[in-house]
Design a protein around this ligand. Structure first.
Ligand SMILES: [Mg+2]
Length: 182
């Protein structure tokens, strides 16, 4: 049986961007990612300040120890493999390509990631770690996803912690078929 998917958001769970800016949380390292040069409306090239990302290298090991197939589910899409994976010690991972749905708010209030994640999973059990799901997403997954799905919310001021890893391990264990007893 295939392992469940773990859809992984970056900003919030791995990068606790909402933590107090003057104090990097313990165990985290700072990554500065340059923005692409962008043109403003008068056509002058501007270079914005690099994006600050906090990452905890211990998260990579903890994620790899889980019984899941990891998959990026983030606005970083393929860039997560370039910038985030090496700091965490993760191999190159598949990612969900959101295409035109990227950052497009839906009139029904369902998160723009939710539909594409359900499509990507094709009924395969998944856990989705993010800081932005709501009860509307729970309802959408319950109605449209054929297999078990865990929407696991992480506080973006704190990021992934021991409790979160325990919950994820518990969910993957719950999917295992019961062993025959003699
Ligand atoms: Mg996020």
């Amino acid at each position: 049986m295939k392992r469940p998917l773990l859809f992984l958001d970056v900003d919030g769970p791995l990068n606790p961007y909402a933590a107090k800016p003057e104090r990097r949380p313990a165990g985290y390292t700072t990554l500065r990612v340059p923005h692409e040069i962008s043109k403003d409306y008068v056509g002058i090239s501007l270079r914005r300040r690099p994006l600050r990302v906090w990452l905890n290298p211990a998260h990579g090991r903890a994620l790899l120890q889980l019984d899941y197939e990891l998959c990026w589910a983030t606005t970083w899409m393929g860039d997560a493999n370039r910038w985030i994976a090496p700091v965490l010690g993760l191999p190159e991972l598949p990612f969900v390509d959101f295409g035109d749905a990227l950052l497009q708010e839906r009139p029904d209030g369902v998160h723009w990631k939710t539909g594409p994640l359900v499509d990507y999973a094709e009924g395969r059990p998944f856990a989705w770690v993010d800081d932005e799901q709501s009860t509307l997403d729970e309802a959408h997954v319950a109605a449209h996803h054929r297999g078990p799905g865990l929407l696991h919310h992480v506080n973006p001021r704190i990021g992934l912690g021991e409790d979160d890893f325990q919950r994820l391990a518990e969910f993957s264990r719950s999917l295992e078929p019961p062993r025959a007893s003699s």
